[in-house]
Design a protein around this ligand. Structure first.
Ligand code: ADP
Ligand code: GLC
Length: 481
């Protein structure tokens, strides 16, 4: 049995802004089910939705600050969660990273540096809890300083750094290194420096014993200039320690047969019952309730990564067609305004819900016919897998995890019953438009469509395989002398 400290800045159902939370909620659970001793470390944000007991575990003094560690259990799954309690940094309302205007909290460097330092104290068992991890598993830039700081310790645990998104790197002015009292040995171009800035993510990329990312295709893509954001050379240099492990789906939360957010549960053998969810969704978002009109959906952060601009460019040509579109998302104010402006003349065709709404996200997955995911890049992506399990065909760009989890519909893949969605190549509006038109045509062949739905619903996206791959990785890593 391995002792694993899972270091993350969000975890569902405690707090979620995106897929990192889904992974941080479900991967530790899957590891615990494989009999591993996993503990999750997360800041005690004001918005954290803990349930049940939260007890004081210990205090420690780190970087001249008095910090408390609280202990609770993950709601539902029950593994141990340690909360870093330092109200001056984490007792802010709302989003963990940005304020109400979408601007990063001004002290993010300090907030996540403290998070990292506490992780190091736990990793080295300087909190005296008789629990010394074998593996410290870090996620994204917020935890990037952990492998860097641990590299300076003797008898340290092995470190894994998982990249969920190369676009977010935790870059701060060079002078921040001094403000944060970071050890000078780490501050140089082959360390945490990046073009005269301090880079948190480099802490993971340079110093972690193993680097993973969340799909095999993205692991290759980030070694190229298009996806590597200037770090492709470093990643290529570390390619022997870099691999891709595809994310799984938490089937307790995302299962159309038992999902409490649906008006009618269904599975691959009772597909006809999906229709009740379509009607409920249409009426909920104010679209005409029409069973035969193809309903496309999009859920996600309204940012360039997700190809929202491509969809915006397509809308004038799309909206006159016989279809409906439902969008749920939040993000760039500009994208929000553009979407609303284009949608205004077509209230019977397109419904936009701004904000974050977990229950509606589930109903959308169940009620739509096809899911739009025209991402410019997508490290893994979860909604294309949720869509398949909910009998909705994903329309995706061939990139990252989308390329690894969706099989395009072609005469061959129809014949051998492997088709699960519509895949297009180029990040252009024309390419997306063509894919949507292909989907609409396919929708008129309901017998083929239903076969594709069934193939998707039968995919095994459970965490089991991926958790086993992480475990295999942990097992070949040894704590250092
Ligand atoms: P990313 O992490 O890049 O945002 P993923 O596809 O990995 O993309 O995961 C996004 C997760 O967040 C999914 O579970 C999705 O349903 C959820 N999500 C995104 N935006 C919203 C929203 N506005 N309301 C509800 N859920 C959302
Ligand atoms: C990131 C990526 C997304 C991935 C998620 C979980 O937010 O953008 O593709 O699914 O992390 O790994």
């Amino acid at each position: 049995m391995k002792k694993i400290l899972f270091v993350t800045s969000e975890a569902h159902p405690l707090i979620k802004t995106g897929g990192l939370a889904d992974v941080s909620g479900s991967l530790p659970k899957a590891l615990a089910e494989l009999d591993q001793d996993v503990r999750l470390l997360i800041p005690n944000y004001q918005a954290l939705k803990t349930q049940g007991d939260v007890r004081f575990l210990c205090s420690l003094r780190v970087d001249n600050k008095n910090v408390n560690i609280l202990e609770t259990r993950m709601p539902e799954s029950g593994f141990i969660v340690w909360l870093i309690d330092f109200p001056g940094y984490y007792n802010y309302p709302g989003n963990p990273y940005v304020d109400e205007q979408g601007e990063p909290w001004p002290n993010n460097a300090e907030r996540f540096a403290l998070f990292c330092r506490v992780a190091v104290e736990i990793a080295m068992n300087r909190i005296h809890q008789d629990w010394r991890p074998d593996i410290v598993h870090c996620n994204d830039w917020q935890s990037g300083l952990v492998p860097a700081l641990l590299s300076l310790e003797f008898h340290r645990p092995a470190t894994v750094f998982t990249i969920h998104n190369m676009a977010y790197q935790g870059l701060f002015p060079a002078a921040t290194a001094a403000t944060l009292n970071l050890p000078g040995q780490l501050i140089h171009p082959l360390g945490l420096e990046f073009h005269g800035m301090l880079s948190f993510i480099k802490g993971g990329l340079v110093y972690a014993d193993q680097i993973t990312t969340v799909s095999p295709t993205y692991a290759l893509e980030i070694q190229t200039p298009e996806y590597g954001y200037g770090l492709e050379g470093l990643l290529e240099h570390r390619q022997d320690a870099l691999g891709g492990i595809i994310n799984g789906v938490d089937l307790e939360h995302w299962n159309p047969a038992s999902d409490p957010n649906l008006v009618q549960n269904f599975d691959a053998t009772t597909l006809a019952q999906k229709a009740a969810n379509k009607a409920a969704l249409q009426s909920k978002v104010g679209l005409p309730v029409k069973a035969d009109v193809p309903l496309l959906g999009l859920i996600g952060r309204l940012v360039e990564q997700k190809g929202i601009d491509l969809l915006i460019e397509c809308l004038p040509e799309l909206l006159p067609l016989t279809l409906q579109i439902v969008i749920l998302g939040s993000g760039s104010k500009e994208f929000q305004a553009q979407l609303q402006e284009l949608a205004a003349p077509y209230p019977d065709k397109i419904a936009i819900t701004l904000g974050y709404n977990e229950a509606l996200a589930h109903l959308i997955e169940a009620g739509i016919d096809a899911f739009l995911m025209p991402s410019r890049f997508e490290p893994c992506g979860l909604n294309q897998m949720y869509s398949q399990l909910y009998g909705s065909l994903p329309i995706v760009r061939k990139t990252g995890g989308l390329a690894d989890t969706v099989v395009d519909t072609t005469p061959d893949s129809i014949a051998n019953q492997t088709a699960t969605g519509i895949v297009f190549n180029d990040a252009t509006a024309g390419s997306l438009l063509e894919a949507i038109k292909r989907t609409l045509l396919l929708y008129t062949q309901q017998d083929v469509w239903q076969k594709i739905q069934q193939t998707g619903m039968q995919q095994d996206f459970s965490w089991k395989h991926s958790a086993q791959q992480y475990l295999a990785l942990y097992e070949h890593m040894m704590p250092t002398a």
